[in-house]
Ligand binder design. Structure first.
Ligand SMILES: [Zn+2]
Ligand SMILES: [Zn+2]
Length: 414
């Protein structure tokens, strides 16, 4: 392998930022809790419950950064933010007590996790510095070898020219000797003249040697890879894409269509809550909870959400969205559906809305766009109402993965 290839093959280690900087980033991220006082406080209580559940999962899976961020957000939410919410006094004392009991061990736990993360960061940073040192040394070595090789090549060239020059000189001397033999009576003065000629030869030779390829040594730029963004561990926490949502589509829709059939026959909507588990940083829908509800031909409202919460706690389930039928219409999100879904998606950015249209057999999974979520959460209209640019508000979910090897459990609470 040539030295040039050697340099090309050297790969610098992925950049790891220093532990203080990474910790600072994580702590700032964990404080990022915004409570809008216009949202009902019960939404934040459900959200908080999910936060804690997800934090526990991340801790079990040793995803310390995520666990830390979520525990800290839970603490911030209930200690700092929610007591300022205008509806805080409406919360039952039992619910507040239950939250306080959950909070108690979290301070120590979060601190413990923080220490573990800091130690891990330190270790990773030291490891990085070692790798970087090895890389820098290897690079310097390879560059030195390259320079030496070029110098050697240059030396060879000089040697060759010198040899030619000597040969040339020798042949001229030989020639001169022969002439001397031929012209015995000639004076030696002639030789002096020839030596002068030779020295002018030497000058031209030295200029041509001075030229060589010195500039070539610097021709290959040394690429500074330190400016390239790193794929460090931080990317796990600094998420800007949604986690995947695994949907047992066939089983889920088949079971839901069946359970909705009596309502569908009467032209009444049916709704269900999609629940499941977080596992290795992605969600899987495992349950449909059918709450007590009142439906019409174009709407469906769940009643007694307490019962729903108890059921979710029992199975340790996270709310991942909802499903409902459009008995006579096609599959789409009505303006009321958009408002309902905005709250689900606000709680969990990955939440989806499945709309089943039995008459056309059309079943779609929807998510609000970022713009749509913001827009709908600001919209104060009630009941059915038009929205400007409706088609930009939602789209087919693109973070869902259909897995028809999986099944769901249906829990009918009616
Ligand atoms: Zn609908
Ligand atoms: Zn609206």
């Amino acid at each position: 392998m040539s030295i040039e290839q050697n340099i090309d093959n050297l790969r610098p280690p992925a950049i790891v930022k220093n532990p203080e900087e990474r910790m600072k980033f994580l702590v700032e991220k964990s404080k990022n809790v915004v409570v809008e006082h216009s949202f009902p406080i019960r939404l934040y209580f459900s959200s908080g419950r999910q936060l804690l559940q997800m934090a526990n999962t991340y801790l079990d899976e040793k995803n310390m950064e995520q666990a830390f961020v979520l525990y800290m957000r839970y603490i911030t939410l209930f200690v700092e933010k929610l007591p300022l919410h205008p509806q805080y006094h409406e919360i039952d004392e039992t619910d507040k007590r239950s939250v306080r009991a959950k909070l108690k061990p979290l301070f120590g736990l979060a601190e413990e996790i923080k220490i573990r993360i800091r130690n891990k960061y330190k270790e990773e940073y030291e490891n990085y510095l070692t790798q970087k040192k090895i890389y820098d040394e290897k690079l310097a070595e390879a560059q030195k070898a390259l320079i030496e090789q070029r110098q050697k090549a240059q030396q060879n060239l000089e040697d060759k020219k010198m040899q030619e020059y000597v040969n040339n000189l020798q042949s001229q001397i030989d020639k001169k000797k022969r002439e001397l033999v031929d012209k015995k009576d000639e004076h030696l003065k002639e030789e002096t003249v020839d030596v002068n000629e030779m020295s002018s030869d030497e000058e031209s030779l030295s200029t041509s040697i001075d030229q060589p390829t010195k500039t070539e040594i610097h021709k290959r730029p040394v690429i500074d890879r330190s400016t390239k963004p790193s794929m460090s561990l931080l990317d796990d926490v600094d998420r800007d894409t949604l986690r995947s949502m695994i949907v047992p589509f066939q089983d889920l829709t088949k079971k839901f269509v069946k359970i909705a059939q009596p309502n569908t026959d009467r032209n009444v909507e049916t709704c269900g809550i999609l629940c499941g588990q977080l596992k290795r940083d992605s969600f899987t829908i495992t349950h449909i909870l059918i709450p007590k509800q009142s439906g019409t031909s174009d709407s469906c409202t769940s009643i007694n959400e307490e019962e729903l919460l108890i059921e979710q706690e029992k199975h340790n389930l996270i709310t991942m969205g909802w499903i409902h039928t459009h008995p006579t219409q096609r599959s789409f999100l009505s303006s009321i559906d958009l408002h309902t879904h905005a709250l689900y998606q606000k709680m969990l950015p990955e939440a989806i809305a499945i709309v089943v249209a039995p008459t056309t057999s059309e079943i779609q999974m929807y998510s609000l766009t970022d713009h749509g979520l913001e827009f709908i959460l600001k919209c104060r209209e009630k009941g059915f109402h038009p929205h400007a640019n409706e088609q930009n508000l939602y789209h087919s979910s693109d973070h869902t993965i259909i897995d028809d090897k999986l099944n769901v459990d249906v829990v009918d609470l009616r």
